[in-house]
Design a protein around this ligand. Structure first.
Ligand code: CUA
Length: 203
């Protein structure tokens, strides 16, 4: 007990001495005031620089993906009562594609175990589509390949994201939240047609 006490005292005395030395060092003989220097260990300094570079890279990456590439974080667009999806006036009673203006569409997709309704959408290339997705039962997700669409489909919530399809082709979408036994069978596709394909077929 006493030994410990003595040790602690000695420790404290050493600390006092060290502090006194520092203060004295800050004001050398001659009265000239020198700014106290902070000692940073060499490895600590290296890691501080590495972290600063990493933070700068993250910031640039987030800025580019958010503003240039168009990645967005899908938030809750609206709330909806999952038991009233089929009632008159609900946009999910008859989900599907609606044309708002030439080349501008909105697509309402209803997720349920284990399918998307609709599971096939056709649009001409160059279309901008805003997707509205909700679930009528458990949690699902939707990811459309080669686009920025990647969001949750949750009961009670409408998720919304917009994307533009310039390249003709088939864009598959899948449920990416495990939702039960047949989760892996829950998929669909968006077929982006060459502009004027419909007229070409008719002729
Ligand atoms: Cu729906 Cu997995």
């Amino acid at each position: 007990m006493t030994e410990h006490h003595d040790e602690a005292q000695a420790e404290s005395a050493r600390a006092d001495e060290a502090q006194a030395g520092e203060v004295a060092g800050a004001e050398p003989h001659g009265g000239e005031v020198v700014a106290p220097t902070i000692h940073v260990d060499r490895y600590e300094g290296i890691w501080m620089r590495v972290i600063a570079v990493m933070l700068a890279i993250f910031l640039i990456t987030v800025t580019i993906s958010g503003f240039a590439v168009g990645f967005q974080v899908p938030g809750v667009y609206q709330r909806i009562d999952p038991t009233k999806l089929y009632e008159a006036g609900s946009p999910f009673a008859e989900p599907g594609l609606r044309e708002l203006a030439p080349g501008k569409y909105e697509a309402y997709i209803r997720a349920q175990i284990w399918q998307f309704t609709p599971n096939e959408i056709r649009i001409p290339a160059g279309s901008t589509v805003t997707f509205y997705v909700t679930s009528q039962d458990v949690q699902h997700g939707i990811k459309i390949a080669e686009t920025n669409i990647n969001m949750m489909a949750l009961p009670g919530q409408i998720s919304r994201l917009t994307t533009r399809f310039d390249k003709p082709g088939t864009y598959n979408f899948v449920c990416h939240e495990y939702c039960g036994q047949l989760h892996h069978t829950m998929y669909g596709r968006i077929i982006v047609e060459e502009p004027g394909a419909e007229q070409a077929q008719v002729q």
